[in-house]
Design a protein around this ligand. Structure first.
Ligand code: AMP
Ligand code: MG
Length: 494
């Protein structure tokens, strides 16, 4: 007989002061159905997939039953949404089941998103339509496969109930996993209610949980701020090098752990255009691709501000430490971005010449409206005459305007210590052929929601699990959208 054991919980957030959360059980649903379980992630977390996919597991993923050791809560947070302050947001439709320790020894939150109303729900119904659940599953797992720090998707279920949006939609629940769900907005919440001791308790929790080395610094909270800034700079550099647009970089959607979270109206760029905005709710283009690095700094400045009373007993010294940390972001971001971009081009020595080369390339790509992902992929393919892989040449041609640029690139490559084949291997591993293109994501959601056909969703998730392993048979997944497939606006539809 298979031993069906539920995960072993070890909850620390519930031990924080009572103003941090509300005890809140998920609201049961009538006819839950399992859509997908993430076997690889379950294994990493030490959760039995047999248990997850069992009748009992499904009841827990649907919020109909509470696993032993789980102490479900909704957490409090505030945030700046599109620049406007909102003192009370919180988990309006998400329930944190608790924390578990993975087989890697790391701590993970298990959260149900779409599990019913909480005291933070305001006017919302606490639910999520299935479409956004599938979108978050596809894109978060694609990001993980690309090596980007991110929340993960452990499971998706359909609730068997309808939720009312512009039209009635099938409901869904996502089981989200992340190393914590603590946001910049969580810090802002306690500052907003004048609770400096709350800010301190949260900072201590975050240091113990995410940045233990900060505890040893002369000024631990300054070290904490610097660490969060460094993590965020690296994260946004990763987004930029992949052409990923988050879409809703509100301070409540930025985790202090440095993982990507809240995949709403997000998207990967098709043709390169730094001004790309996808989100239908981002009318001013605040969260356009090119603005993401600066918005990251804006958000971090709020964290710095909220931490001020902890940074130094002397107010001027506290302000100076905060300012220095925030100013440091710019250098951290640029060096992370320049290094990633140089590596994408096979250049391990990030120099002034490589920075210029990258800027020139992007300018030429913009002029030619070249596909961002496939341009880099094709450059990897031509980095050496060696041909031990399937090529995207059938579906993509490099724009003609790159000819002169390519000569300069080759001249720089010639100065590298690696061999052409080594460089190419590196480039093929860093430049994906398959990304979660918006039209593909929309297509699988339509199939699932309108035709109850989940196969395209499963196939897309699986294909995006190996983004750098191009196969001609799967060219459909690599192709940019045809004119009629283009998704001009992504609705969050939450
Ligand atoms: P998001 O846009 O998902 O980052 O959510 C922003 C805020 O709105 C958070 O406080 C959410 O919990 C809340 N929220 C979003 N959708 C709902 C819903 N359907 N019911 C209740 N609260 C919601
Ligand atoms: Mg959010």
């Amino acid at each position: 007989m298979i031993q069906l054991t539920s995960p072993h919980f070890d909850n620390t957030y519930v031990k924080l002061p009572e103003q941090f959360y509300a005890h809140q059980k998920p609201t049961p649903v009538s006819a839950p159905q399992l859509i997908r379980v993430n076997h690889a992630l379950a294994a990493q977390l030490g959760i039995s997939t047999e248990w997850l996919a069992s009748a009992q597991g499904l009841q827990i993923l649907a919020g109909n039953d509470i696993a032993p050791g789980s102490e479900p809560i909704a957490t409090a947070y505030a945030g700046h949404q599109f620049g406007g302050w909102n003192p009370r947001l919180g988990d309006g439709r998400a329930v944190l089941l608790g924390e578990i320790i993975g087989t890697d020894g790391k701590r993970y939150d298990l959260q149900l998103k779409g599990a019913g109303r909480t005291p933070f729900a305001r006017g919302g119904d606490g639910r999520s339509p299935l479409g956004p659940v599938l979108r978050e599953y596809v894109v978060s797992e694609a990001m993980a496969a690309l090596g980007v720090p991110t929340s993960r998707s452990l499971a998706a279920v359909a609730t068997g109930e309808q939720v009312m949006r512009e039209s009635p939609q099938p409901g869904g629940i996502l089981t989200r996993v992340s190393s914590s769900h603590i946001r910049i907005g969580t810090f802002q919440y306690f500052d907003g209610i004048g609770d400096v001791e709350g800010v301190r308790a949260l900072a201590d929790h975050v240091i113990a949980r995410h940045y233990p080395e900060s505890a040893k610094a002369a000024r631990p909270y300054v070290a904490l701020l610097q660490s969060v800034i460094a993590k965020q700079a690296e994260l946004i550099a990763q987004w930029q090098q992949l052409g990923f647009i988050h879409g809703v970089m509100n301070t409540d959607n930025m985790l202090v752990s440095g993982e990507t979270i809240d995949y709403g109206p997000c998207a990967f760029m098709d043709e390169y255009d730094a001004n790309t905005v996808f989100s239908s709710i981002d009318r001013g283009g605040r969260y356009a691709y090119a603005n993401q690095p600066a918005i990251g700094q804006w958000n971090l400045a709020w964290l710095a501000r909220v931490l001020l009373p902890l940074l130094d007993p002397d107010e001027d010294a506290a302000i100076e430490a905060a300012q220095q940390a925030i100013d440091g972001y710019v250098t951290l971001y640029h060096s992370a971005y320049n290094e990633l971009m140089a590596k994408k081009l096979g250049l391990n020595r990030n120099s002034e010449a490589s920075v210029i080369l990258i800027a020139e390339l992007l300018e030429l790509m913009a002029a030619a409206q070249a596909d961002y992902t496939l341009t880099f992929r094709r450059l990897a393919e031509i980095a050496s005459p060696h041909l031990g892989f399937e090529s995207v040449a059938d579906i993509f041609e490099l724009p003609d305007n790159l000819a002169l640029w390519a000569e300069k690139w080759r001249a720089l490559l010639a100065r590298e210590e690696t061999t052409a084949v080594q460089r190419q291997e590196q480039m093929l591993a860093l430049n994906p052929a398959f990304i979660a293109r918006n039209h593909l994501v929309e297509e699988v959601i339509r199939k699932a929601v309108d035709e109850n056909d989940l196969r395209p969703f499963h196939q897309l998730v699986e294909r995006l699990g190996a983004p750098c392993d191009f196969q001609l048979a799967d060219a459909h997944y690599a192709r940019p959208p045809a004119a009629e497939q283009r998704v001009l606006n992504t609705f969050c539809g939450t």
